[in-house]
Design a protein around this ligand. Structure first.
Ligand code: ZN
Length: 135
């Protein structure tokens, strides 16, 4: 009986074949893998190496484009932050603000049977001035 081990034609692993002299691969998946590789080779006539180079170039291009995009976005974001902080109403709420809000809540009572005005502001009854206001 033949005693030498076989080397898989696909993964190069040393294996003991079930049927001597017939098998070229250690497993079915290697046989299929090798078959697919052969198909690929015959299709393109080339090993996939040049593709790798191409994709690396694309990656670099994408990276530099992203860099430009980030710089533009950075400027835009800074402008946006400036404009947000320039608006009084968008400033983060302080304890004073919260006090003001709660005092407003006591002073103004929402009127449920009145529709909001064209600005979307709701109708409130001002307990101090005794009038209806839109806030
Ligand atoms: Zn194998």
């Amino acid at each position: 009986m033949e005693s030498r081990n076989y080397i898989c034609n696909y993964c190069r692993k040393v294996y003991i074949p079930k049927r001597r002299g017939v098998q070229k691969f250690c497993s079915n998946s290697c046989r299929v893998g090798s078959h697919n590789l052969e198909k690929k080779k015959s299709k393109t006539g080339l090993v996939p190496a040049p593709q790798t180079v191409k994709s690396e170039n694309t990656k670099i291009e994408k990276m530099s484009l992203a860099g430009v995009g980030n710089a533009t976005f950075g400027t835009f974001a800074a402008e946006l932050v400036k404009s947000i902080f320039a608006k009084e109403e968008n400033k983060p709420a302080t304890k004073g603000d919260l006090k003001l809000i709660s005092s407003k809540l006591e002073r103004f009572q929402i009127i449920k049977n009145m529709n909001p005005n064209f600005n979307g502001q709701k109708a409130y009854y001002d307990n101090q001035q005794k009038i209806i206001v839109y806030i």
